[in-house]
Structure formats: structure tokens, C-alpha cells
Design a protein around this ligand. Structure first.
Ligand code: HEM
Length: 512
């Protein structure tokens, strides 16, 4: 490949290129590349160039204008290894036909049917929580969203079955094989190696899904859920093999729980650090819902809830970067690139561009007030866009809001003092050390006087509130470090609270 045509980028080392720097700190690396090289830069994994594209217009170019000229296939070999040929990892006619098959599951009316399941499963989870307990919110959110998506789309409603599935996913995600670009890092399939644990989790997951398929076939496939549609898709002769049904099922279960769980985890973290936003949100929930469970109809009357979730996914986008491979030559920013070029565009970078957001690292839900000027098109794209936009977006949007409202009606979570919060960009953006939080009871529900906008019902600043505001201008890479530094510097004693784990993880670790 003629590298002379590629834009300049961070200085690379012989043989490894930028792989080492990138692997050490992917988030820092891509933001630094943007700062230093502007709108477009090239990084090298070994001798292999990957073009980093940082403008919102680039996102539109790859996802909409020239969508057919780029494929996600081949971008993330580790994802393909886990998901097989599901919706995320295929292209062409097969992808489009599968997308048409699955699309009805995500129509707005149908998604609204799932709302009762979403709220009921959340309330069951909250019934297990006790004020004062210390929990890993990331684990609980993951178990909850997996239970919801498996019930809503696949009719799995027994808790024990859901717990088994969750255990397989937890192990799979924790041990998923690492890659940099196209390069697979060495892997040894032995019982105690990371890759060995990954393979064991994959076998358990496959056994679970194939068993689900067999049982559904035996019980009859005339049901009205995604699994039945996948199993009867072959009635016209095109036929899906069991392997293909497995791949779509695993894709929907994986993509349908991990991202939403992370969105909720990061939102609870941000709310724990920003007292004013938290108080505004609690006041809005009290005013609109009181004690009753939220429904989809309530969401239009909960604007602050909407801004909080939207802003949280700006600061901590669960899908932090996307990649494509060019199927034909293309031109961009005055460069001419050959077919086969790999490109990457990152929510993490574009959602934090200072020239677009002004104070990008600051958690400020009010920036989403419709009275404020909107951001430029494609400066915000947590769900991707164009013909391959996230199919689950309506599901996730509603789920994140309903779950957050339901949780905050009963509990307010506080970060365990000294717990390090470090964003770790794997396939999704996760908290590297989990998210250990202490459960406080939510203030008792009370109705606000009619006509009083909930946002005005804010507690006066307290020393604690001032500390929150201090953190407020720095949320992001630096602020997380700063939060931790300040908390540690104050030597706040570690809370001695009982430590509660989600049911599936309890079984996994033997703890109760
Ligand atoms: C906050 C939650 C979520 C986020 C941030 C998110 C983000 C994304 C993004 C950025 C893409 C585009 C990937 C690409 O073009 O390379 C995507 C695709 C996809 N998502 Fe989501 N997602 C979320 C929730 C869900 C849910 C709940 C489901 C299913 C129940 C789901 C299923 C999928 C599938 C199947 C695709 C592939 C679509 C295609 O290529 O045709 N996602 N998601």
C-alpha cells in the first residue's frame, strides 16, 4: 500500500508502529492525535495504516453519504469471533434481509410493550437492595439489562436461566481476546489462561443458546418474539441455519444489554458527582411521578431525565468508536485513499471537541435544553447513524430512562470514597475497576405544587454541593482522576457497608 498518500500522524516506532502507545491509553492517544494533527491523522498498527477522522462531516460521509462504499466487516476480529455472523458483523444482502426481519421488534409501538417488563424487573432488583449496602453498580446494571432483553426479545423469563446467561456474558466480556486493529494478540487456550476462560464462556453461551433453540423448536415456533421469527424465517426457502440463529441471538443479547447497562452505570456515576443535576432530576421525578412507576407516556413530561441521559452518553459514550473498511477508493480532506483502507471515527473524540462543545468535559444536562442552540449535525452520534444505525435505539432510549427513573425513586447512589473510576475502552467504554457505590434511600416522594417547574426545586448549595461543582468543570479523563485524587487525599475512611452482588454473580463467586 502506498503510504505516501496518508495524512501525517503520531510518531511511530519501528515494527510496532503506534500499537504500543495506542494500547497503553487508547482514549488519550486518539484525543492527542486530534489535538496535534487536526481533523485527520494516520496511526499505524505495525505497518498497517488506520485513518483517524475527527470531523462530524466525516461521520456523515462514512455512515450516510458513502455508506455503501464502506463495511464494518473485518474491523473488529474479536467481535466477529464472539458474535459470528450477526447483524453487527455482516454486510450486503444478507445483512439487509436480516435487518428487515428484525426491524419490527424495534418499532416504537412494540417497544412500548416492553416497558412493563423493564420496570417490573427493575423493581425486583431494587427489592434486593438495602440502604447502606455497597454494590458494584456496573454488575447489577448488566444483570438487569440482560434479563430485560432476554425476556423482551426471546421470552426467557426464569431468573435462574437469566443468571446462567449473565455468568457466561460476564466471563466472556472480562476475558475477550485483545486485538489492536487487525492484529490478534497471542492467545493460549488453556484452562487458566485468559483465552481459555473466554473459550469456556463461549462454550457455555453456545450451549445455552442452542438449548433455547431446541426447546423452542420442540414447543412450536408460532410465537411472536424474535426467536420465533428467526426460526421461521426459512419458511420461504431462504432458511436460517441453527448457527445463523445462534449468531443473531448472541448479537442481540450482547449488543442489547452491555451498552445500555454502561449508559446507566456512567449516568449514576455522573449524578453522584453533580449534586445540582441530581437534585433537579429527583425533583422532576417527584413532581411528575410521585411514587408510581414510570410509563412510556411519562417520558415526554420528564425533560430533565432526557437531558441527563443524553449528556451522560455524550461524556461517556458506551460505543466510543466505530470503524469501517473502504470497499473502493475514496477521497477525503484532499487525500486519495485506496480500497481496503481502514478508517476510525470516535464518539469519544467528537463528543469532546472543545470547538464544538465549549466546555466538553463538563457534565451539563442543560446544554440539551431546546432553548439552547443545538450542536452541529453528527457532532453527537452515540447510536451511530445511517442505514446501519443502532437497530435497538428506541429500545435503549426508553429502557435507560425508565430504569433510571425507577431506580432514583427508591435509591440515590454515592461513589464509594476512594474507588478509582477509570474509563476503559474495550469494544465498549467500561469502568475499568467497576463502579462501587453505596445505596442511600431516595428522598421521600412528594408532589410539587402545580405549575412549579421541577428544575427550580433545588437544594441550596452546601459544602458538598460546592465540591460537586468543583468536579463539574472537569468530568472526563482528567476529572475522574481528580475525583479520585481528591477523595483519596481527604483520606475518607472506606465505608464498612455490606457488599451485595447481583444474583448471578453471587452464584458465580459463591458469595451470598
Ligand atoms: C445505550 C445503548 C446502546 C448504544 C450506545 C448502542 C450503540 C450502537 C452503535 C454505535 C451502533 C452502530 C455500530 C456501527 O455502525 O458500527 C449499534 C448497532 C447495533 N446495535 Fe446498538 N446500541 C445500544 C443499544 C442497543 C440495544 C438495546 C440493542 C438490541 C436490543 C442493540 C442492537 C444493535 C444491533 C443489532 C446493531 C447492528 C445494526 C446493524 O448493523 O444493522 N443496541 N449500536
Amino acid at each position: 500500500m502506498d503510504t505516501a498518500r496518508f495524512p501525517p500522524g503520531p510518531r511511530r516506532l519501528p515494527v510496532v508502529g503506534n500499537a504500543y502507545q495506542y494500547r497503553r491509553d487508547p482514549l488519550g492517544f486518539v484525543r492527542a492525535a486530534h489535538r496535534e494533527f487536526g481533523d485527520i491523522a494516520t496511526m499505524y498498527v505495525g505497518a498497517w495504516p488506520i485513518v483517524l477522522c475527527f470531523r462530524p462531516e466525516h461521520v456523515r460521509f462514512f455512515l450516510v453519504e458513502r455508506a455503501a462504499a464502506f463495511t464494518p466487516v473485518g474491523v473488529a476480529p474479536n467481535l466477529m469471533e464472539t458474535l459470528g455472523e450477526g447483524l453487527l458483523t455482516t454486510d450486503g444482502e444478507f445483512h439487509d434481509q436480516q435487518r428487515r426481519l428484525l426491524q419490527p421488534a424495534f418499532h416504537r409501538r412494540r417497544v412500548e410493550h416492553y416497558a412493563a417488563t423493564m420496570v417490573a424487573r427493575t423493581e425486583e432488583m431494587l427489592d434486593r437492595w438495602r440502604p447502606g449496602d455497597e454494590i458494584d453498580v456496573a454488575q447489577w446494571m448488566s444483570a438487569l439489562t440482560l434479563r430485560i432483553v432476554s425476556q423482551a426479545l426471546f421470552g426467557v423469563d426464569q431468573e435462574a436461566a437469566g443468571a446462567e446467561l449473565n455468568r457466561a456474558f460476564v466471563d466472556l466480556i472480562a476475558n475477550s481476546p485483545e486485538t489492536i486493529g487487525l492484529i490478534r494478540l497471542p492467545r493460549l487456550n488453556l484452562p487458566h489462561t485468559r483465552y481459555g476462560r473466554y473459550m469456556a464462556a463461549r462454550r457455555r453461551l453456545d450451549a445455552y443458546v442452542y438449548d433455547l433453540i431446541d426447546r423452542r423448536r420442540a414447543a412450536g415456533t408460532d410465537g411472536d418474539d424474535v426467536l420465533s421469527w428467526l426460526l421461521t424465517a426459512g419458511a420461504d426457502g431462504t432458511g436460517l441455519t441453527d448457527r445463523q440463529v445462534r449468531d443473531q441471538t448472541v448479537t442481540l443479547l450482547a449488543a442489547g444489554h452491555d451498552t445500555t447497562a454502561l449508559a446507566l452505570t456512567w449516568t449514576l456515576f455522573l449524578l453522584s458527582q453533580h449534586r445540582e443535576a441530581r437534585e433537579k432530576l429527583l425533583a422532576e421525578l417527584r413532581a411528575v411521578l410521585g411514587d408510581r412507576p414510570p410509563t412510556p407516556d411519562d417520558l415526554s413530561r420528564l425533560p430533565y431525565l432526557d437531558w441527563v441521559v443524553t449528556e451522560s452518553m455524550r461524556i461517556y459514550p458506551p460505543a466510543w468508536a466505530q470503524g469501517r473498511v473502504a470497499l473502493e477508493p475514496f477521497e477525503l480532506e484532499g487525500y486519495r485513499f485506496p480500497a481496503g483502507t481502514h478508517v476510525m471515527f470516535s464518539q469519544w473524540v467528537i463528543h469532546h471537541r472543545p470547538d464544538i462543545w465549549g466546555d466538553p468535559d463538563r457534565f451539563r444536562p442543560e446544554r440539551w435544553d431546546p432553548a439552547q442552540p443545538p450542536p452541529p449535525h453528527w457532532a453527537y452520534f452515540p447510536f451511530g447513524g445511517g442505514p446501519r444505525a443502532c437497530i435497538g435505539m428506541p429500545f435503549a432510549q426508553m429502557e435507560a430512562r425508565l430504569l433510571l427513573a425507577t431506580i432514583l425513586q427508591r435509591f440515590v447512589t454515592r461513589l464509594v470514597p476512594g474507588h478509582p473510576v477509570v474509563p476503559a475502552p474495550r469494544i465498549t467504554l467500561r469502568p475499568k475497576y467497576g463502579m462501587r457505590m453505596i445505596l442511600n434511600p431516595a428522598p421521600a416522594a412528594r408532589a410539587a405544587p402545580p405549575g412549579v417547574h421541577a428544575a427550580s426545586d433545588v437544594a441550596p448549595p452546601t459544602p458538598h454541593a460546592r465540591r460537586d461543582q468543583d468536579f463539574g468543570n472537569q468530568t472526563g479523563e482528567k476529572s475522574t482522576r481528580r475525583v479520585v485524587e481528591l477523595l483519596v487525599a481527604r483520606s475518607v475512611p472506606r465505608a464498612r457497608a455490606p457488599h451485595r452482588l447481583p444474583p448471578s454473580t453471587q452464584a458465580c463467586t459463591g458469595r451470598r
